[in-house]
Write a protein that binds this ligand. Structure first.
Ligand SMILES: [Zn+2]
Length: 311
């Protein structure tokens, strides 16, 4: 699970600011010896002046906690950022292509914003030590590390910038995308990080079209630039097993291309058919693409290479 934030050396710093990596490991994940379990968001110990609000959104009630120190990085308050993200996701899934139960998605969200002083007894070491700005665990637990959203990997956070607001909204939409996928899978949250991160990374770009906060052009360029870089580095993809999903931000972008490719050719409805096959027939993502779209690994990778050049 340890991931290295090596993009700093490879790509522009901007990418790091907008990389919404996370851990999608569910509560069923078995910790290795000595590792602490991830506490629920409402149990995370916050220090200093703490705020807590329960907000009503189109996607259900959000129980949100944050230290005042986390506010300094963003132009918007955590409450407003959360409300914006929920509205964005709500509008993104209220289209007839999504199953009606997704369109009606209404759940209790448990969200915590933290500053960089993460409690070591409540958060596994691999999450403390990597640079991920957000994590999600099913069904709807979201953890945000404010400084990492605003500052990226080891950078000095920028205070109250519109870029930080856009990035925060994008990270929140990505994490909420995991919850959308959890419901699409009808609770069968199989441990396939490539599929989960590919979906959430695609969803954050797709849903940005419904946001007034997210710089959608920048998000799309960012995702496609990383995917193209990954393809240049290693033309073989994940579908044949030639490359393994290691969980860095290049892999996130590369994985999202499978979703862009399916949606580009078959629309959102095509992607929903793939998910139905995953949930009902207990197929892997690639087996479901083969069954529903008819693409084998070679055809799928060709489609990925084509779509990656589109933006
Ligand atoms: Zn994710």
């Amino acid at each position: 699970m340890t991931r290295v934030c090596f993009l700093l050396m490879l790509l522009s710093v901007f990418f790091l600011f907008t990389v919404p990596e996370d851990s999608s490991a569910g509560p069923q994940r078995t910790p290795y010896s000595g590792e602490v379990n991830l506490a629920a968001p409402d149990q995370i110990t916050l220090k200093g002046n703490i705020r807590r609000e329960e907000i009503s959104t189109p996607l259900g009630t959000v129980d949100l906690r944050w230290p005042r120190t986390a506010e300094v990085y963003f132009g918007r308050t955590p409450v407003k950022a959360m409300a914006d993200a929920a509205r964005t996701v709500s509008q993104a899934i209220r289209t007839s292509a999504f199953p009606s139960e997704i369109q009606r998605l209404n759940t209790n969200w448990n969200v915590v914003f933290m500053d960089e002083k993460l409690p070591q007894t409540q958060i596994p070491a691999h999450l403390i030590n990597n640079c991920h700005p957000g994590w999600m665990t099913p069904p709807a637990n979201i953890y945000i590390v404010a400084q990492r959203v605003a500052g990226g990997c080891g950078q000095q956070p920028r205070n109250k910038s519109s870029v930080a607001d856009s990035d925060l909204a994008s990270v929140l939409v990505h994490e909420m995308g995991h919850a959308v996928e959890f419901h699409l899978l009808q609770g069968m949250f199989a441990q396939d990080r490539m599929r989960a991160e590919g979906f959430a990374s695609w969803f954050q770009v797709y849903a940005a079209n419904y946001s007034s906060v997210i710089d959608r052009g920048a998000q799309r360029r960012d995702m496609f630039s990383r995917a193209k870089y990954s393809i240049r580095q290693n033309p073989s993809g994940f579908s044949s097993g030639a490359s393994l999903f290691a969980g860095d931000s290049l892999d996130y972008a590369r994985a999202s291309m499978y979703f862009f490719a399916v949606v580009d050719r078959r629309g959102l409805g095509g992607l929903m058919e793939v998910y139905q096959a995953i949930a009902k027939d207990k197929l892997t993502f690639f087996a479901a693409v083969q069954k529903e779209i008819g693409w084998n690994s070679e055809q799928l990778e060709k489609e990925v290479q084509r779509i990656a050049q589109k933006y």
